[in-house]
Each structure stands twice: as C-alpha cells, then as structure tokens.
Design a protein around this ligand. Structure first.
Ligand SMILES: NC(=O)c1ccc[n+]([C@@H]2O[C@H](COP(=O)([O-])OP(=O)(O)OC[C@H]3O[C@@H](n4cnc5c(N)ncnc54)[C@H](O)[C@@H]3O)[C@@H](O)[C@H]2O)c1
Ligand SMILES: [Zn+2]
Ligand SMILES: [Zn+2]
Length: 340
C-alpha cells in the first residue's frame, strides 16, 4: 500500500510503498477513505511524542470501510463504514469499566503508538470497544474529523466544560479544534469570542457562530475583559501555547473554567495562587470515548452541528508531506482532509 513515511523527526516525509498492516486479534483493518491533518500529527513529526518509533506513518483522524476483521471480533463486517476515536481504549481496565475510555492507561493511538492513517490501510485495535458505525448519509471527509478534533471539542465544551446557554466562551486558536469548539459552543447558545492571529480563521469563526472576534496579541486580554464585562466564564486553549495559557488565566471571571486541549511545550508555569483566589478550574480534556458518540452523531444528523462546513480543502496522499511541512510556519484557515 502507499503511505506517508517519516524516516527522521522534522525531516519532510516521503510517500512510498510499504506493507499493509496485519489484522490484530480483536481488531480490524480499515481501508482509509478520509483522514484529517491535525496539529498533533505535526507534533508527532517534530518528535514531541516519545511513543513514536521510526520509521513511522502518521495519521489518527480517520474514517473508512472495514477491509479485514480479526479473530474474536463480533458485530462488525467487511464493508462497514466506520470511524474510531484516536484514543483506542482497551475496554477492560478500571478506567474503561467506569466509562472513561479517553484516559485508558492501555490505550493505543494510530499514528503515535503504531502506524497511522496517512496510508491506504490502518489497523484499529480493540474493535468492539472503539469502532463507531457511520450513518450512510455522513460523508467520509466529514466523519474523519469526528475521529479527533470535532469529537475532542464536543467533549471539552459539553462534557468537561459543561458550557450552558448565555455563558461567555473564549476560544484561543481557531484551527480544527478551535473552529469545532466555536460551532459547538454557539449551538449550545453560548456567546463565543474567537481569538486567532489569522484574520481568515477569525472570518470562519464568525461564520460558524462566534459573536465577536479578537486579533491575538498583547491587547487580547483587555479586549476580552471589555467584551465580557470583567472576564469570561469559560476559556479554551485550542492551540497549545504558554502565551495563551497566561492570557486565559487573566481573561477568566472569578470561578471561571479553563479547557486545556492544545498540547503544551514542557515548562509552562501557572500562577496557582490566582487559581485559589479566584476559585478558577483548570480542566484537561482528551479525545472522547466511542460510547459518547451517539449524542454528537444525532446533533450532526439533525443539522444542529455541521462539521462538513469546517472542511476547507481536500488533498491527496502525495500532497501530505508539503502540507505537514507548511504547518511549521502556520495553519491555513479551515480543516484539511486527505483522501488516500
Ligand atoms: N487534547 C486532545 O485530545 C487533542 C485533540 C486534538 C488536537 N489537540 C491539540 O490541539 C491543538 C490544536 O490542534 P489543531 O489541529 O486545531 O491546530 P491548528 O494548527 O489547526 O490550529 C491552531 C490555530 O491557532 C492559531 N494561532 C497561532 N498562534 C496563535 C496565537 N498566539 N493566539 C491565538 N491563536 C493562534 C492558528 O492561526 C490556527 O488557526 C494542537 O496542540 C493539537 O495537538 C489535542
Ligand atoms: Zn488530532
Ligand atoms: Zn482501558
């Protein structure tokens, strides 16, 4: 099969023929029909993830059809249209039994722990726990985003942040995660303020329901505090940066909640005394379990959420190396989807 192969961290990968993945016991092999380009793929390529062993195939935000079913898997057949949370949970540990698959200590992530979906085929382990059946009317391009960024934002905003109507929600960084969060929070009737360096991303944020936009920079906190009359109830770091963490801390109202979704560089410091004095909550959010997908899929089916609108461009496998490389300089506005 053809795949994007990383031979060395930070060196532009190449597309070449490699062996097809074998089908794991209890797992399946999926023919990848669409796979999103997420900044986590860039982090992995840069060498920020210690799980990655070279040579490596990235890609974790995927949708496709089952090509092969492993021993011990019931309920799934060749040809079924599926996606999977990028966090493939074991289903049997203490956390999984409590429903917290997104923090399963035995989790395997395609494109990090093993070869991922920037390829024609990808394996999905623990299939009965992780596979999500796609409605026929949901396009593969749209469904790919449900494997990582859209679902991650859904959980962060709805389940972890518990955003309710009328709250001010500030989304720092309006790429795939951030624009998803804007759309989801706006659908919950929150008042969304979108922050980004890229005016094109801010324009999209407005189109997806942001009530106001703020140009990222040193004046952002002041503007947010003015717009919210003293600070927001909820902030979200949808980029992963020390600057945003510090700004979010100052942009929150007393008793506010911060959602940390963007992956941070080492050494970020937090003024914990401000957390105490203002009774702030600092909340990590990681993916979303497969069992939580039905509520999101229903909102997509009923048209309340429109993840298809977030897709700005579709590219081929051959265009991935350049697209990954371009992420070093910045993010083009809107979501990029790959059709292998
Ligand atoms: N926690 C999780 O489960 C999870 C899941 C998916 C992605 N992630 C992480 O979330 C982050 C976002 O991923 P993505 O694919 O949406 O990224 P992206 O590259 O698509 O988007 C980042 C956005 O931030 C903007 N930006 C850059 N500098 C900025 C600044 N100083 N202030 C405000 N905005 C700025 C960019 O213009 C871009 O629009 C990454 O760190 C990714 O690894 C985490
Ligand atoms: Zn991702
Ligand atoms: Zn588990």
């Amino acid at each position: 099969m053809r795949a994007v192969v990383v031979e060395r961290f930070g060196v532009v990968p190449e597309v070449r023929e490699v062996g097809r993945p074998g089908v794991p016991v209890g797992g399946v092999v999926v023919r990848v029909q669409a796979t999103g380009l997420c900044r986590s793929d860039w982090h992995g390529w840069q060498g920020h993830d210690s799980d990655i062993v070279l040579p490596h195939v990235p890609g974790h935000e995927l949708a496709g059809t089952i090509a092969e079913v492993g021993d011990g898997v019931t309920g799934w057949q060749v040809g079924d249209r599926v996606t999977t949370p990028f966090i493939c949970a074991c289903g049997t540990c203490e956390q999984c039994l409590a429903g917290n698959h997104q923090v399963c200590p035995n989790q395997l992530q395609p494109g990090f722990n093993y070869w991922g979906s920037f390829a024609e085929y990808v394996a999905v382990p623990f299939a009965e726990v992780n596979l999500v059946r796609l409605p026929d009317e949901l396009e593969f391009e749209t469904a790919a985003g449900l494997g990582c960024r859209f679902a991650t934002s859904f959980r962060a905003v709805r389940q972890v942040g518990k955003v309710v109507a009328g709250e001010d929600v500030v989304v720092f960084g309006c790429g795939g995660v951030g624009l998803s969060a804007v759309m989801i929070a706006a659908a919950l009737d929150a008042r969304v303020i979108a922050v980004d360096t890229n005016p094109g991303a801010l324009e999209l944020a407005r189109a997806y329901g942001a009530a106001a936009t703020v140009q990222a920079g040193p004046r952002a906190v002041e503007e947010i505090r003015e717009l919210t009359g003293g600070g927001a109830q909820v902030t979200m770091d949808a980029l992963g940066s020390n600057e945003i963490v510090q700004q979010a801390l100052l942009a929150l109202r007393p008793r506010g909640r911060h959602l940390q979704v963007g992956l941070l560089p080492a050494g970020v410091q937090l003024d914990v005394s401000r957390l105490i004095g203002q009774e702030l909550e600092w909340l990590g959010s990681h993916g979303m379990a497969a069992h939580a997908y039905p509520e999101m899929l229903e909102l997509v089916a009923s048209g309340v959420l429109k993840p298809a609108d977030l897709i700005a461009r579709t590219i081929s496998l051959d265009e991935v190396p350049a697209a990954l490389d371009a992420l070093t300089a910045g993010t083009p506005a809107g979501v990029t989807v790959i059709r292998p």
